[in-house]
Design a protein around this ligand. Structure first.
Ligand code: IMP
Ligand code: MG
Length: 173
């Protein structure tokens, strides 16, 4: 059985989410924003972030599949749930759970840009620097993590651990 080592407490996540939500609300003041959550991992972060914003938002989700049951990106990405809202001319904020290689996000931003939004920016709960392979710009990150495979608060390993209220490093023996 892998071991769960605590990395971020519930309160740490609440604090960083509130701070990033303040930055986003200030940056988009007087405008409205389309939040595009990346399923499934971002569903909890999206719900908490959205409730802390003080600007009006529209909510949508996309799903991009890249990971199998392992812990490294296959590099092959496909959209398995498309966007529903018309984002042409709108400000879009992609909401991710974690940016690792950056390949998923690069693919998603290119996909969204095809619908001619006014702007596309990126907000992630966790920015993991260890395996970055793409130059994608992360505009808002709640926490920066050096390395390791993380689970909880939406993040899974083979569909397990998403329901945990805090974030853990999953250590394989
Ligand atoms: P990337 O394409 O390598 O940046 O991978 C991004 C996606 O892989 C994330 O949206 C997650 O769904 C998943 N992922 C990457 N690292 C982790 C991790 O440490 N725990 C859980 N999922 C991860
Ligand atoms: Mg994800």
């Amino acid at each position: 059985m892998p071991e769960l080592i605590p990395v971020l407490k519930r309160e740490d996540i609440e604090e960083s989410t509130a701070s990033v939500a303040r930055q986003i609300s200030a940056a988009y003041k007087g405008r409205k924003l389309v939040l595009v959550g990346v399923l499934k991992g971002a569903f909890i972060f999206m719900a908490d972030l959205a409730r802390r914003l003080t600007i009006p938002v529209e909510i949508d989700f996309v799903r991009a599949a890249s990971y199998g049951s392992g812990t490294t990106s296959s590099g092959k990405i496909e959209i398995t749930k498309e966007i529903d809202i018309d984002i042409e001319g709108k400000d879009v904020l992609v909401v991710e759970d974690i940016v690792d290689s950056g390949l998923t996000l690069t693919y998603l931003v290119n996909y969204l840009n095809k619908f001619k939004p006014a702007t596309v920016r990126v907000c992630t709960l966790l920015d993991k620097l260890e395996r970055r392979q793409s130059k994608i710009k992360v505009d808002y990150a709640c926490h920066t993590i050096e390395k390791g495979f993380l689970v909880g608060y939406g993040l899974d390993y083979d569909e397990a651990y998403r329901e945990l209220p805090a974030i853990y490093h999953l250590k394989f023996q």
